[in-house]
Write a protein that binds this ligand. Structure first.
Ligand code: ASP
Length: 444
């Protein structure tokens, strides 16, 4: 039985999506409630239980992450090989990158404007400051050490070309995998028809098998979501939230505005789709991104949703989405802008406009360098902080220590925005390709 028949036989698509979405939502709410009860009422056995079942969530993340490499590889080869025209790939590639950079810069700007208006760092009490510093300083220092191992932009570009594609596949290094798959796909498209169909058929089959695996794995998602969220909330320090409330609200407000303004406008004006419908179709992806805090772990579902629900052409989605999971992180960039401003407001006081312009540049680039895994954003934040705090004699570790306590919660929210940005981009690029084709047909 082929994949299409499998899908038709198992259930209709909408029924599957709705049912799953509802189950995941219920699991999420139950997880939050259980976590809050354990945390706020200090019920130790419940907290221990929630933390003990966390590995169920971690195992599920491994399971879905397992599909990432074969899925990206196979679908990108099929996508590229069926393009038929290599200039089209160059066009899609350049449009995607320009769009990604533009939306990320908008996100950072929203973060900066809000930080200037709300000034989240100005009302912080010295006691709260001291307690955060003493609780998180050691952890902050370890993030700084991690950040020092992060490769610079030139290295990132250089490393895109894999010396050995099998090693890249084995290590799950997304950019070199993307590079090689496109190269191979282009070569396949240059083969005589019979040969090409053979090999494309193989990868198409592999791609469909990955989709079947995703369906199976997604059936377990509600349990995983409960296990992941319950443990996060049970561990979460509610006191920390209180002292960082204005900062947290500023980040959340920024994220909401970016989705409500930037993405809604892009979906309506550029992708020419109905925003409400679009957001309804992708809410399952957002929930999984929120629960896992990882764009990479969400990628299989993001790709599936793009193709099956949003009906985006594979030649666009197979390229735009894996690239987006790796380099397009609007939520992360916005968060980095607010975090940097907050830390600078608390530790240094005033931040000049020039320094703020520097934040736009570095936060945009830093979000590209951040991997789509949990907590990547706060590690890369060190790079932005070093730029802003340079010369002030302040240790970036002290800044990181300030915000670490609420980072997981913000990570969940910014990851949901990151994947929303990727899906929006796929819809926008697809539409612009369609219009390009129409123009071509009209002109020719
Ligand atoms: N967790 C985020 C993601 O995977 C990255 C980050 O901001 O930490 O998209």
């Amino acid at each position: 039985m082929g994949y299409r028949q499998y899908r038709a036989a198992s259930c209709t698509l909408t029924a599957f999506a709705m049912q799953l979405y509802t189950k995941i939502t219920i699991a999420l709410i139950l997880g939050v409630v259980a976590g809050l009860i354990a945390n706020a009422l200090a019920i130790d056995p419940l907290a221990r239980l929630l933390i003990a079942i966390e590995p169920i969530g971690a195992a599920w993340i491994r399971l879905i992450t397992m599909v990432v490499v074969p899925l990206v590889f196979a679908s990108l080869i099929v996508g590229t090989a069926s393009l038929g025209d290599i200039t089209k790939l160059g066009r899609i590639g350049s449009k995607t990158i320009v769009y990604y950079l533009a939306t990320t810069a908008i996100a950072v700007t929203i973060g900066l404007v809000l930080s200037n208006l709300i000034r989240p760092g100005s009302g912080m009490s010295p006691e709260a400051l001291e307690s955060l510093r003493s609780s998180y300083m050691a952890e902050g220092a370890s993030r700084v050490t991690l950040a020092q191992d992060t490769p610079g932009l030139v290295d990132v570009l250089m490393n895109m070309i894999p010396r050995n594609p099998v090693a890249a596949l084995a290590a799950g290094d997304m950019l070199p995998i993307i590079f090689f798959a496109i190269f191979l796909g282009a070569a396949i498209s240059a083969l005589p028809t019979e040969r090409r169909d053979h090999i494309v058929g193989f990868f198409d089959g592999l791609n469909e098998a990955c989709m079947v695996m995703i369906h199976w794995i997604m059936k377990l998602a509600p349990y995983a979501v409960f296990a992941l969220i319950g443990a996060v909330i049970a561990r979460f320090g509610l006191d920390v939230l209180r002292s960082l409330l204005v900062y947290v609200v500023t980040v959340l407000l920024g994220l909401v505005l970016h989705v409500a303004i930037t993405y809604t406008a892009a979906i309506k004006l550029l992708a020419r789709r109905a925003p409400r419908e679009f957001f309804r179709k992708i809410r399952g992806v957002q929930l999984i991104a929120f629960s896992t805090s990882s764009s990479n772990a969400t990628l299989p579902l993001t790709m599936e949703t793009a193709e099956e629900e949003l009906e985006i052409e594979k030649e666009v989605s197979s390229f735009v989405l894996p690239l987006g999971a790796t380099i397009n992180m609007d939520g992360t960039a916005l968060y980095q802008a607010v975090a940097t401003m907050f830390i600078a407001q608390v530790l240094v006081g005033h931040i000049s406009l020039t320094a703020q312009f520097g934040i736009v540049l570095t936060a945009t680039l830093a979000s590209i360098g951040a991997a789509g895994v949990p907590s990547a954003g706060i590690v890369i934040l060190v790079v932005v902080l070093e730029g802003v705090l340079a010369g002030s004699g302040i240790d970036p570790a002290a800044g990181i220590a300030l915000i670490l306590g609420v980072d997981r919660i913000l990570d969940m929210c910014r990851t949901a925005v990151n994947v929303t940005g990727d899906l929006t981009a796929a819809a926008v690029i697809e539409r612009s390709e369609y219009e390009h084709a129409l123009r071509g047909a009209g002109g020719g």
